[in-house]
Ligand binder design. Sequence first.
Ligand SMILES: O=C(O)CCC(=O)C(=O)O
Length: 305
Amino acid sequence: MSEAAYATEIVPGGVLNEIAELGLQRYIDDLDAHGYTVIPPEIANPNGLAERMLETCLDVAERRSGERPDVERGAQTSDSPVGDTMLALLLEDPVFEESLMNPALLAAATYLCGYDVVLSSLTGHMKGSNKSHFRLHTDTRLPSPLPMQALLCKFIYALTDFDRENGSTAFVPGSHKWCRNPAADETGIGGVGNHDAVPVEAAAGSLIVFHGNAWHSAYDRRQPGLRVSVHLLMVRSLLRATEDFIGRIPQEALDRNPPRFGILTQQGVVPPYIDKDDQRAKVARAQQFVAAFEKDSGIRLPAKR
Ligand SMILES: O=C(O)CCC(=O)C(=O)O
């Protein structure tokens, strides 16, 4: 590709076309207005992705704990408003690569955080009925004021139905525009809590998306059985990621995915170095992934690595 043919990643033309082609415009408008949106299964659940992820989450839980969770009647193993958490799922099964490469997720992540966005963590959650409450918070772990642009965004695949009784996610619509964290007396939900908080209604197979500044939490679950979800935290590449994927992605996973997968799994990020030689080697490795992505997509990533 000639130098002039490259688009720069700060011109979001490409992603706006993708949004239109995927039928996502109204959800992006929602995201702009409210700080969160629910992309329905017709768009967010290609080839039964959610059903396959649910079965795989149950398989992984069984492998790790020796017991298969019972979605209909089960309970979580200890009291927590987020449920039992399974860390580090990406490398457990290719279905989680698919969850990352889902075009609807990538379009929304790119819209919020640019083409340089990376996966910070991919976790599974099984939430049974709980007693301790979850307080409203933002995921942008900075003191207020927060920057207007999203530094990060989160995606929650609802693998079972989400509604208030099931302990769904709560949001304060429009709070992402306030660019601040909630004060202590604004963090409660339900009962005498923050009256601006609303529950998400999302059928299994939906994808909940939110801006890192959005005030959110989750309602207590009042039913037996489990609310199952997979959460992807996506961050601008200059932030410290929660999980370390650099140099840890098997070659076959890199080979079966497009070059953007390398960027999304942090291979274009230069980790801290110890001296000049180490810096050279780390920059050269990252640069290979950046060059492959740029050649494939025609999109130029920020030069500083
Ligand atoms: O589990 C949920 O519904 C909300 C999760 C949450 O608050 C978070 O991921 O920060």
